[in-house]
Unconditional design. Sequence first.
Length: 193
Amino acid sequence: MKTIKVKVEISARHIHLNQTDLEKLFGAGYNLKKLKDLSQEGEFAAEETVTLVGPKRKLENLRVVGPVRSATQVELSYTDAFSLGLDAPLRISGDVVGSAGAKIIGPAGEVDLAEGIIIAKRHLHINQKEADELGIKNDDLVKVKATGERGLVFENVVVRVKPNFHTSIHIDTDEANTSGCGKVCGFGELILE
């Protein structure tokens, strides 16, 4: 068994918008305004937020993550989905067919999202060079050990390989709280068997 130190990051609830939905929510010809860069090249937290309305309650100030995508997608934790009354499936980002839907409210309008709300599977971002060196490929499943007083091993971490990825594992807020990671997890151990 081989272990490699890997950065662990917490992916809080957020929404990705396509251009059509962005303009319905914020106005014709609207462009996202960057608040801060995120760890993966080209991705950023936008200044914009929206309200997500579920059957039980609404979630205000849901952060938009840019740039715009081909499809609108909301990523929540199980706790968020339960609180809103949504039956969101556990999926890898981009796999939204048949997922939950809800109303999205922005300052200029609303979108009735038929599908696109998921619980994002924990995943490992890695570039092709490092993946080749470790003998792993896209969609493989690996394990990551979080250390500390509430340390645990995350199983079924989906490998996501792209040339420009910076190596890090993304977990949601429920997983971070369970493992005692808090706001910034720091590093864990990638376990290759």
